[in-house]
Write a protein that binds this ligand. Structure first.
Ligand code: WTA
Length: 631
């Protein structure tokens, strides 16, 4: 099993070793996995060309590590516990043996429909066991999964399918979220009008919503599994073969497909899982993320399963049937580790303590936070009311592109400080730089967060466009991976992430590019131009503020606002809907035509007294007008 750090002194020793001899360090960690053939070289890298290869020449399959390897030792232990959206519906436990059998069986269904190594398969499903099974079945046969979060629109699905040229889609008839029933297959059908590459759609049953099933293209999951055997040897994969694509937003253009490969991602997700949470045998790990995001990939599926852990998967939302649902789930399944997002914490906090006080949370040992900066108030509430002052909180900073946690306390070992991600994990070498890329040394400083040496989970490419990967991550500062985050390092050398320094918003822990939302708004008839910025929001962390110029035809502003929301929902999905739309007659632009977002951000934040220099603007008077109408 993966070595776990057991004291702060050992952390320091291991950390130093990982910096002095990164290859030696990661080779030792990687020994603890099952390889079909050993690697020949631990690392090859060149940041200038965005080229990183770990465990070069090694052969393996991640599902042999996540499943087969555990059959002899813990075949009857729960691999996945599934809790329904509906508290009355019985939960499901899949042991490692059962999960292995189901994954192999579904892998054979994929093969039966022509799937093979290297194919891209889009997965658009609710949080049901079949989602984890579908992901692992792809990995079993060497197909590359591209999971699309169930909240994205048909247009977003189509963009992602076309970008990766997927030939199969796996979906469900519908999903349950709180008291809502959402059609998924219908949305997929709308998407597929634009997707000629897709030849097969496999549909699992969840809501039994009426759906159209196209003869020759669509098949039911439940029927298909009856037609195949449950014996499916794993495909032999190279360390650097692609494992999955996951689309994420940046400051420009459409979302890009972040690519992770088999060997390095496996080692990194598992090592960080075992160490950050200090997972002990038999514990129940509850990560509340959706598998449609990287957190779900790494800490519901791959990390826990490769470590032989029990992973709890929850279909529902934290406020259904009431704001005590997480605490009920924890009591019911005796959850030991809870890993959730600040947004959920702030939302539950706002309901008051009556939903927490009468719950038995005594099984909890460790609490985690991820996805956005956690404010001190939320950190303290989490610590006192959920952890009862006895559970270490690990505030884990990382990104889709990093594959796993990068800066975080090690539970119970690193001394925590509210709102601080604290210290880098072994193998992670953060540095702060100023605008010109000069390293900012010492403590009590802040700057842009970069990483100066590769780790096994680092992004390999952006699918179909390697140049974009180089431009986005490795060009801002020479020979550094740029995270896009601002960060301070305090007197103790502890890191605190302060948020994005680029045009990416973080809304309820979801990454959304301002450009993406602007493009969606601009699609609407009558809209001439728009500018979108984030602003502080009590629950969501950031809200979306849109300034919109529209032509005279849009007289009824109330209706126009609703129509724009409908347009954004259709183009991206409800998660990207602006919280505020202000109609303006002009935008603050420089003489060269660049929108001064700094000014718009200040106005959205309500800081109108302190707008700063507007003398370079083409028409400074628009600022007065915008301030006058600010929402
Ligand atoms: C932000 C989610 C502060 C950050 C795993 C990063 C955080 C972006 C934290 C990545 C944290 C994530 N403290 N900010 N603990 N964790 N972020 O790709 O801005 O969805 O760049 O990955 O979320 O979001 P992503």
């Amino acid at each position: 099993m993966i070595p776990q750090i057991s004291s702060f002194q050992q952390y320091q020793e291991v950390y130093n070793h990982s910096v002095n001899d990164p290859e030696g360090f990661w080779a030792e960690v990687a020994q603890n996995f099952q390889w079909r053939k050993p690697w020949k070289k631990t690392l090859e890298w060149d940041f200038a060309t965005a080229n990183t290869k770990w465990f070069v020449g090694g052969k393996m399959n991640i599902t042999e590590n996540a499943l087969d390897r555990h059959l002899a030792t813990r075949g009857d232990q729960a691999a996945i516990i599934w809790e329904s959206n509906d508290p009355e519906e019985e939960s499901i436990t899949l042991t490692y043996k059962m999960l292995h059998q189901k994954v192999c069986q579904f892998a054979n269904v994929l093969k039966k429909h022509g799937a093979k190594k290297g194919d891209r398969i889009c997965i658009y499903m609710p949080m049901i066991p079949e989602l984890a099974i579908a992901v692992l079945a792809c990995a079993r046969i060497g197909a590359i999964h591209s999971v699309v979060f169930g909240g994205f629109s048909a247009q977003s699905i189509a963009d992602r399918i076309n970008d990766a040229q997927c030939n199969i889609v796996i979906t469900s008839d519908g999903s349950f979220r709180g008291n809502k029933e959402i059609g998924l297959k219908n949305t997929v059908d709308d998407a597929l009008i634009q997707c000629p590459s897709v030849k097969k759609v496999i549909v699992s049953t969840r809501t039994r919503t009426p759906v159209s099933m196209l003869k020759g293209r669509d098949v039911w999951w439940e029927n298909e599994v009856k037609t195949v055997s449950s014996d499916c040897p794993a495909e032999e994969m190279d360390s650097e073969d692609m494992l999955f694509i996951l689309y994420t937003s940046g400051s420009t253009g459409k979302p890009k497909g972040v690519v992770h490969t088999c060997g390095g991602y496996m080692v990194y997700a598992t090592y960080t899982f075992a160490n950050v949470f200090q997972y002990q045998p038999e514990q129940v790990h509850f990560c509340t993320a959706d598998i449609g995001w990287i957190t779900g990939h790494s800490y519901i599926v791959y990390g826990p399963l490769c470590h032989g852990a029990t992973s709890l998967m929850f279909e529902g939302i934290p406020t259904y049937p009431d704001a005590g649902r997480f605490w009920d789930v924890i009591d019911k399944h005796k959850v030991n580790i809870l890993y959730t997002a600040p947004t959920a914490i702030r939302s539950l906090m706002s309901f008051g303590n009556q939903f927490v006080d009468n719950k038995d949370l005594s099984s909890l040992k460790t609490l985690g936070s991820v996805g956005e900066p956690i404010n001190e108030e939320a950190w303290n509430w989490y610590n006192e009311n959920i952890g009862k002052g006895k559970c270490p909180i690990v505030d884990t900073w990382w990104q889709t592109e990093t594959g796993g946690i990068m800066i975080s306390p090690i539970a119970g070992i690193t001394k925590t400080k509210p709102a601080y991600a604290t210290l880098p994990l072994p193998g992670v070498q953060p540095i702060l730089v100023d605008e010109n890329g000069n390293e900012i040394l010492g403590n009590g400083v802040s700057g842009n967060l970069c990483i100066k040496f590769p780790w096994p989970g680092i992004i390999r490419t952006t699918y179909g466009d390697h140049e974009r990967c180089i431009q986005t991550y490795f060009s801002t500062y020479k020979n550094l991976y740029f995270t896009g985050d601002g960060c301070l390092r305090d007197e103790d050398g502890y890191y605190r992430i302060t948020g994005r320094v680029d045009d990416v918003m973080n809304v309820s822990g979801h990454r959304i590019g301002t450009a993406e939302v602007e493009n969606a708004i601009n699609m609407h008839l009558g809209v001439i131009e728009s500018a979108v910025v984030g602003y502080p929001h009590d629950i969501k962390g950031q809200g979306i503020y849109a300034y919109v110029i529209c032509d005279k035809d849009l007289e009824d502003k109330d209706l126009a606002r609703k129509d724009i929301l409908a347009t954004v929902t259709r183009a991206i999905g409800p998660i990207a809907k602006p919280d505020k739309i202000q109609f303006v007659s002009g935008l603050p632009k420089t003489r060269s035509g660049k929108i001064m977002r700094r000014i718009l951000r200040k106005i959205a934040e309500g800081e109108t007294a302190n707008i700063g220099d507007t003398s370079t603007l083409l028409d400074p008077s628009v600022v007065e007008e915008i301030i006058g109408g600010a929402l």
